[in-house]
Design a protein around this ligand. Sequence first.
Ligand SMILES: [Fe+2]
Ligand SMILES: [Fe+2]
Length: 471
Amino acid sequence: MAIDYQEKIPNNVDLSDNRRLQRALEAWQPKFVDWWRDAGPVDRQANEVYLRTAVSVDAKGWAQFGYVKTPDYRWGIFLNPREKDRKIAFGDYKGEDVWQEVPGEYRSPLRRLIVTQGDTEPASVEQQCRLGRTAPSLYDLRNLFQVNVEEGRHLWAMVYLLDAHFGRDGREEAEALLERRSGDPDKPRILGAFNEKTPDWLSFYMFTYFTDRDGKYQLASLAESAFDPLARTCRFMLTEEAHHMFVGETGVARVILRACELMNQHDTADIRPYGGIDLATLQKYVNFHFSVSLDLFGSEMSTNAANYFTMGLKGRFDETRRKDDHILKNATYPVTTLVGDDKIEIRQEQALLAINEALRDDYVADCQRGVDRWNQVMAKNGIDFKLVLPHRAFHRAIGEFANVPATPDGKVITEAEWDAHKDEWLPSEADHAYIQSLMQPVYEPGKYAGWIAPPKRGINNQPLDFEYVKL
Ligand SMILES: [Fe+2]
Ligand SMILES: [Fe+2]
């Protein structure tokens, strides 16, 4: 039976006028739903969830709320409207008209960029698939599913580009995106952080704060692309990404607030006996999630990144607002470098080769702003404790500091010292077991688990005791 795509897949790409594209998506759609049923939220797919759906990109349409079962979610395809006379902002083609079609010579690097971005979207849904069993409240459960369906929509966004612009290769990549699985030894997801587990809700908040924020920076630099459909797709994805980071930032802030309350109540930092998450453990989670997210930006010095930039495929964060020549052939950039066995120095390197590092720096500064807001929660509650981001050399698997043992404050140490101290810096097995022990579902409307404070306000002006998920 023919599907009414205008109805089934809300879109602003005139899907109903493009038979070829429609056929490609029709063939892919049931496979996507199979993937969702197989790898998406465990146990909760028959429940109605109060979700936001985008039915257009304008202020009225991009956030429509209503109850829906997640497999019936209307995953739409939306590009921001075309900007009149948009010009390429950087690289060798700076000043020329942007491209509406993929130039033949850039097919393969562009496809690679789109597939790499696309692969992270379903990966995070897979990583989070069991969290629906143990949410600290219906409010949080609903936020989890909101993030999940939107990551699903982001996959749609990338698959649309593959189907619309990359012919048979694109269709094959679209299938492969549904075949890889997070953490699967035989067919893993492409990037390391997306093969890590998200085994508990503290990890979920950290992931949405730190790893979804990597997504923000990747999307923002792709939103500068000379390939206009990619740029416009990413711009719209960024509006959704903001909510994911909100879930992370407020989630961690609520854990901190609860910790402060328990510390004040019992006059001790050791709040585990009272069912709280102590701030020392939170710091270890920050260390872990920040460091694995730093790896997502790739090597400090990268000819691939330089080529993407020069070709106009991927820019920098806020490219158009930067006050330089946007070509960077004669510019330098400070890069933190390992010198000899154990010295860390900042060296001036060719800016073009250091594009990844520049994006990582923008990311770090953004992460720090949220950490500062978390620290205000402690300060306001009279608790003398500050969370800090670890040094970029700490616990890295990619680039200059890959597998270099280093302390969170950036001192290179021996393997033996690392082994002796790593449980002070990263969540230990005992920490994981403790956090896991707190993961008991609280599914009565208006009730919240004892290790996390309630949010300040509900979703879409609904009260805190609203039935966000009908169980
Ligand atoms: Fe996403
Ligand atoms: Fe996201």
